[in-house]
Design a protein around this ligand. Sequence first.
Ligand SMILES: [Zn+2]
Length: 62
Amino acid sequence: MANRDDVSRELAECTKCGAVYAARQWPDGTIKAIGSERCRCGSAEFAVVETDEGTVPPDETK
Ligand SMILES: [Zn+2]
């Protein structure tokens, strides 16, 4: 089983169109958007958006 402590929740921004998604960053540096492997524009490359600790994205409040 995966160790949940090794995965951090982040905001990730599509490197192509700039759309922001809730994402997980794995210990090896892989960033995966939650809910979809790819951005709506078709790109699968994301960059972590730095956020202040304690900031909760609006999508996380559901
Ligand atoms: Zn995109």
